[in-house]
Ligand binder design. Structure first.
Ligand SMILES: [Zn+2]
Length: 290
């Protein structure tokens, strides 16, 4: 497999999202669901990560893919043998149509509460990206937010608690969700990480989002402090999930604990590369202004 941070696909995502009404065809394309660790399941499309976290008292869903991709997500949840009505909370990582376009359908079909940051709320309820962006309009079905979380806010079902970490910049309210999951009894620190790419955002004189540069830098500093054993990103390509999934098929789980999704060195490298990409794009935009 190609190295994740420099792959053409990843570079494409850096500049493509949230562009183009149809986006990348992989964002709505089917992908088979699979188990990542005891109670965490991949239920996304080929190109957009959506994760189901199951408990004895109901389930969480992280993100919803595109409007068209929502049907893929629902099929995947059912294929795994879970009931849509058992989903109690849906959380979002950031209000871009490739991750929240399917929220309205998933919320209606599950009856779950939608939990989001205060800074993403207005974008979700308007059905549009907020802030100056060179990628053009990127609308999605508007959806009502039921509960607001701030930095360090939590939601709990049974023995599983999801924590919200504010990681703004990519969108005003971009949120990275963390939890500790059991992997055959062993605790693993998991992050459902929001995208942190520039993605067409105007970094110099952004009228609708004036403090965007400060926010990105706060986010990179914050992400540097979060230890992550299992990195589950908004787009699977950012953590090369497909290669890990193919590798997982060749090992015996849970007997074999060396499972391919566990790598505490991966997330810090992702954050460092993302910070460098951001600073390079900021320098490029500043030079272009002069
Ligand atoms: Zn995005």
């Amino acid at each position: 497999m190609k190295p994740v941070f420099f792959s053409l696909a990843a570079l494409g995502l850096i500049f493509a999202s949230p562009a183009l009404a149809d986006g990348d065809a992989s964002w709505s394309a089917p992908h088979e669901p699979y188990r990542i660790v005891d109670n965490i399941w991949y239920v996304g499309t080929e190109g957009v990560g959506v994760y189901l976290i199951t408990t004895d008292e109901g389930h969480f869903l992280v993100d919803a893919a595109t409007e068209e991709g929502a049907a893929v997500v629902e099929d995947n949840i059912k294929k795994l043998g879970f009931d849509l009505k058992d989903i109690k909370y849906i959380v979002e990582t950031h209000a871009h149509y490739d991750h929240v376009g399917g929220l309205a359908k998933l919320k209606a079909d599950t009856g779950a509460e939608l939990v989001a940051s205060v800074a993403d709320r207005s974008a979700l309820e308007a059905g549009n990206h907020e802030g100056d962006n060179t990628n053009g309009p990127a609308t999605f079905p508007a959806v009502k937010v039921d509960r607001i979380v701030g930095e360090g806010g939590t939601i709990t079902l049974a023995d599983t608690t999801l924590m919200a970490r504010m990681t703004p910049g990519h969108t005003k309210g971009a949120t990275t969700w963390t939890l500790t999951a059991l992997d055959s009894g062993q605790p693993r620190r998991v992050a459902f990480a929001s995208s942190v790419t520039v993605a067409g955002n105007v970094l110099v004189d952004n009228v609708a989002y004036p403090h965007i540069v400060r926010d990105y830098r706060i986010t990179f500093d914050r992400l540097d402090t979060i230890p992550v054993d299992i990195f589950l990103p908004s787009h699977p390509v950012f953590a090369d999930l497909e290669a890990k999934y193919q590798k997982q098929k060749t090992i015996k789980y849970p007997e074999d604990k060396a499972q391919p999704f566990v790598d505490p060195t991966e997330f810090p490298k992702f954050v460092a590369q993302s910070r460098a990409d951001f600073e390079a794009e900021l320098a490029r935009q500043e030079a272009a202004k002069k």
